[in-house]
Design a protein around this ligand. Structure first.
Ligand code: GBH
Length: 450
């Protein structure tokens, strides 16, 4: 139940979810600005125009980060601030991230910076977005100036956040920007995203000779079969292929899973978009592996469903998103990754939960979030006792923020945000997290928190 002094505690956010200032200092729209304008795509047609107004309030937010006592803060850079037009660098946009990173460093907080957390510039989208192989070059140009201007301030780089969401939610399921529903497009998008990852890892190491650690973050969700019938087992295998293996296999084994390639080939004209040499680049050595963990999946066989599976009823306790609370399955996942995929140091780059928070007399008693965080940190410490080498944990999220297609309806923050006044209020979970960090232990029970 304790953590070494080398273990890093952190908290995380992303640019479009918190920054606001959508048209300031030269920023142009991203696919999310466009997507939010399409009726029916985002809850009450909310958008990130203002969000947490972090672009103007980052000094105050850094004080909150500091008061939490975290070692590190993970955020992302908004690509359309850096390249508002194709090939046009915007120094004013970059200036914001220089201020942010240098202020964090002054406060002793290590910046962990994600290059892509889903806000693709509209100019790139208009040329096909991630389905266009040229996107790899556009991303490399963007990463290059980030490395040039910021590498000295950055403690670790994350190339991409959750290619599954950017690729499958955006181009296959259509519930994230750009809202397309085409599996072939999605597989191309994923391929180019992964390729761009490999390309910029290579650039940082070989062109910049930088020693800043760099890696990728995948969202992984261990999938279980409802029963042990052969059909349900097949369903779970396919769900695992779609959710996890389609990303893990290329990144760690340099190949897409053959069973899934066969399954997908019914919907895909060809795999010509995979060129010679691509898989070597995608599986380039990194310095760490980032995992976002929220939940598990439970599935059953359905012959009529696209990949022969559908979600099954689960009696687990759920978060406000309706996701199963599954710390034990989180441990299964890490065991499997160690056995089948990688020895790299692991960082949990996101973990957290939405619940229906209420402000009462200036306090938010988010008992369930406290419990969720404690259960997952407990799992991390047990995994480390077994030698699983998890080096850090980032709680999602610092602030309530724009929760993508759910708008401001779902609150993941450990700090409550009143979106009218922009007031920040520490929830009990923030107090408890600060205490855990201070003690580097879960031992002192939360009941002693004032
Ligand atoms: C992350 O994505 C994002 O990086 C972040 O921006 C976002 O705000 C945060 O999570 C909260 O949503 O089938 O029951 O396992 C989360 C990705 C993918 C996690 C789908 C849950 C399905 C639930 N999500 N997954 S379940």
């Amino acid at each position: 139940m304790t953590f070494t002094k080398e273990f890093t505690f952190g908290t995380a956010t992303s640019s479009y979810q918190i920054e606001g200032a959508h048209a300031e200092d030269g920023r142009t729209p991203s696919i999310w600005d466009m997507f939010c304008d399409i009726p029916g795509k985002v809850y009450k047609q909310h958008n990130g125009d203002v969000a947490c107004d972090h672009y103007h309030r980052f000094e105050e937010d850094i004080q909150h980060i500091k008061n939490l006592g975290v070692d590190t803060y993970r955020f992302s850079i908004a690509w359309p601030r850096i390249f508002p037009q194709k090939g046009v660098f915007n120094a004013e946009g970059m200036a914001f991230y220089k201020k942010l990173t240098s202020r964090l460093l002054e406060e002793g907080i290590k910046p962990a910076v994600t290059l892509y957390h889903w806000d693709l510039p509209m100019w790139a989208h208009e040329e096909g977005g991630w389905t266009n192989r040229e996107s790899v070059e556009w991303f490399a140009d963007y990463a290059k100036v980030c490395f040039q201007e910021l590498d000295e301030y950055v403690d670790s780089w994350i190339t991409h956040n959750e290619p599954w969401c950017a690729g499958f939610l955006g181009y296959h399921q259509g519930v994230h920007a750009p809202g397309h529903q085409n599996l072939e497009e999605a597989l191309k998008a994923v391929h180019h995203i992964l390729l761009s990852h490999g390309k910029v890892v290579q650039m940082l190491k070989e062109t910049f000779h930088s020693e800043t650690p760099i890696g990728i973050t995948l969202n992984l969700s261990p999938v279980y079969a409802k029963t042990d019938s052969t059909n349900d087992q097949l369903a779970a295998n396919n769900a695992d292929g779609y959710s996890n293996r389609w990303f893990l296999d290329p990144v760690f084994k340099g190949q897409y899973p053959t069973d899934m390639m066969n399954l997908f080939s019914k919907y895909v004209h060809s795999y010509d978009f995979i060129h010679q040499g691509d898989m070597e680049l995608i599986s380039i050595d990194c310095d760490f592996f980032g995992i976002n963990f929220y939940s598990r999946g439970l599935v059953e066989f359905n012959a009529a469903a696209d990949f022969m599976y559908q979600g099954a009823y689960s009696d687990y306790e759920k978060t406000g998103m309706g996701w199963d609370i599954a710390p034990k399955e989180f441990k299964d996942l890490i065991h499997r990754l160690r056995k089948e995929y990688t020895d790299l140091p692991i960082y949990i780059t996101e973990n957290g939960a939405a619940f229906d928070d209420q402000v009462e007399n200036g306090r938010v008693h988010d008992v369930k979030r406290v419990e969720y965080v404690e259960q997952h940190l407990q799992a991390v410490s047990e995994l480390n006792d077994e030698g699983m080498n998890i080096q850090g944990y980032y709680l999602w999220s610092l602030l309530d923020n724009f929760e993508w297609s759910f708008g401001y309806d779902k609150r993941f923050g450990i700090i409550y945000v009143d979106f009218d006044s922009q007031e920040r209020i520490w929830k009990d979970s923030a107090h408890r997290y600060a205490e855990i960090i201070k003690n580097r232990s879960l031992k002192v029970p939360s009941s002693t928190v004032e």
